[in-house]
Design a protein around this ligand. Structure first.
Ligand SMILES: [Ca+2]
Ligand SMILES: [Ca+2]
Ligand SMILES: [Ca+2]
Length: 155
């Protein structure tokens, strides 16, 4: 519990609003996209629906995003799951891009410490190390999103 509290707190320090990040306008936009993804119109997005309507072409990527969005793992994405995932992910990407100073799609430890909102550099370094689970000294966007997404949903 203490640990979970820390993760949420870390995200706050980085400037995240989590589930409340989306404006009403964004939320209704996400709902519209959800409707479009629901190819057979039954109110749920199955993997089949997603393959038909996703804007991505790479099957591995499609499956990965589908699984990340389907939080309860029941094989379909509900509107609630979709909106939550888009809200968290879009905010996380925005913060990632702000820290990725040279725009190469990777945030190094130095970029993170220099460009995050966190004034306490030691704390920033500690948070980076927790996100950098493979100890690579840098975070690609997918890896960062995986860690971030888990933290954002702890409660
Ligand atoms: Ca459907
Ligand atoms: Ca689900
Ligand atoms: Ca970079």
């Amino acid at each position: 519990m203490q640990n979970n509290y820390n993760h949420q707190y870390f995200l706050q320090l980085l400037g995240a609003k989590g589930r409340n990040a989306a404006t009403a306008e964004q939320t209704s936009q996400y709902k519209q996209i959800f409707k479009r993804l629901d190819a057979d119109g039954d109110g749920k997005v199955s993997l089949q629906d997603y393959f038909e309507r996703s804007r991505f072409n790479d099957p591995v990527k499609i499956r990965g995003i589908f699984n990340a969005t389907d939080r309860n793992g029941d094989g379909v994405i509900t509107e609630e799951e979709y909106v939550e995932n888009r809200t968290i992910t879009d905010e996380a990407k925005e913060i990632f891009n702000r820290m990725d100073e040279n725009g190469d799609g990777v945030v190094t430890e130095k970029e993170f410490v220099d460009n995050s909102n966190i004034a306490d550099k030691d704390l920033a370094r500690q948070i980076f190390k927790e996100l950098d689970m493979l100890d690579e000294g840098q975070l690609s966007l997918p890896r960062y999103l995986r860690g971030w997404g888990n933290w954002a949903r702890e409660d």
